[in-house]
Design a protein around this ligand. Structure first.
Ligand SMILES: NC(=O)c1ccc[n+]([C@@H]2O[C@H](COP(=O)([O-])OP(=O)(O)OC[C@H]3O[C@@H](n4cnc5c(N)ncnc54)[C@H](OP(=O)(O)O)[C@@H]3O)[C@@H](O)[C@H]2O)c1
Length: 300
């Protein structure tokens, strides 16, 4: 406890460029706003153009100097990821920050156009493919960072290597847990591979504790208002992500979360994970399987 990190400690960073996936709502919106306030050019990578435009207008309303643009991205679709990366790369030579934030939680069973279980596709596989496609820009950008959103709920599940897509039986909680564990293991393994290849791009994992956002949209309507009693504001949860992205003391391969009771709320600090998440043999297996599923190969 005791690290009351805030955005005020960060100097303006004009000339830098960031992508935030799922930036129209919740944590992603607050992260995009925070980066924009530091004069970083922010690309709101969202699946809904209208919601993205509204978020952009809100950010500019809060900070008139904001440089914010929208580009369509549906992380549950490999085709959309490829299109997004091609459009972004056609306009930009560099990329300083990639915030792999978009997510859904405990959604009903659904198979995406690529044949993937939807939570794994949206939360993890889309971001794996996006990172691979944008990596050439990032490795040529000094001081670049990739922040991938995990969750306390990574502990809800292990990786189902024989049944990634829950074809043998679907549990909403286990599918969410698996996707967030995959995000965490990917962030760690990415750092190992970046270091081994001699790149200075850093990969960091972050989680926002328990924050009030739209993530509970699949919860029963009667339960949702209860969240207001104990969830921290999205702006506070977003500090973990902003700290992972901007603080100079953060090393690649670290995991950031809130410092309060059970990491549910508070100010950002480096936190630990369980041994499974740190197991490199499992992480390598996951990487190989992810390359096979997405057809995006990098650092291998
Ligand atoms: N809130 C928490 O307590 C908490 C805890 C742990 C981890 N997290 C993580 O934080 C991240 C952000 O979630 P949040 O809490 O801010 O929830 P949120 O308010 O529901 O925001 C999720 C964002 O992701 C977008 N999204 C969903 N599916 C997408 C897709 N297929 N393609 C592109 N964008 C998509 C949503 O867009 P639409 O508006 O179009 O749906 C929205 O912008 C997630 O990765 C989540 O797992 C949150």
């Amino acid at each position: 406890m005791g690290n009351k990190w805030s955005l005020q400690q960060v100097k303006p960073q004009p000339g830098r460029v960031a992508i935030v996936t799922g930036a129209n709502s919740g944590i992603g919106y607050e992260v995009a706003l925070g980066l924009a306030k530091k004069d970083i050019e922010v690309i709101l990578a969202c699946r809904n153009g209208q919601k993205a435009d509204e978020a952009r207008a809100k950010i500019i309303d809060e900070y008139a100097g904001a440089r914010v643009n929208c580009l369509l991205l549906d992380t549950s679709s490999l085709r959309s990821v490829e299109d997004f990366a091609a459009q972004f790369s056609a306009k930009h030579q560099t990329l300083d920050l990639l915030i792999n934030n978009a997510g859904i939680m405990m959604s009903p069973y659904e198979v995406t156009e690529d044949g993937f279980e939807n939570q794994l596709a949206t939360n993890y596989l889309g971001h794996f493919a996006l990172t691979g496609r944008l990596l050439p820009l990032m490795t040529r950008t000094p001081g670049s960072r990739i922040v991938t959103l995990s969750s306390l709920s990574y502990k809800w599940a292990e990786i189902q290597f024989g049944d990634f897509h829950a074809e043998k039986g679907y549990s909403r909680t286990k599918a969410y847990g698996q996707s967030k564990r995959a995000c965490l293991m990917f962030a760690f393994e990415l750092q190992h591979r970046l270091s081994a290849a001699g790149y200075d791009t850093r990969s960091v994992a972050a989680h926002p504790g328990l924050s009030k956002t739209n993530l509970d949209q699949y919860f029963p309507a009667l339960i949702r208002p209860l969240g207001n009693l104990f969830l921290q504001p999205a702006q506070q949860g977003a500090l973990s992500v902003l700290y992972a992205a901007l603080d100079t003391a953060i090393n690649g391969g670290e995991f950031v979360g809130p410092d309060g009771f059970q990491q549910m709320r508070g100010y950002p600090v480096v936190v630990d994970s369980d041994e499974y998440a740190k197991n490199r043999e499992l992480a390598k297996r996951l990487w190989t399987a992810s390359e096979f599923m997405t057809h995006v190969h990098f650092l291998s």
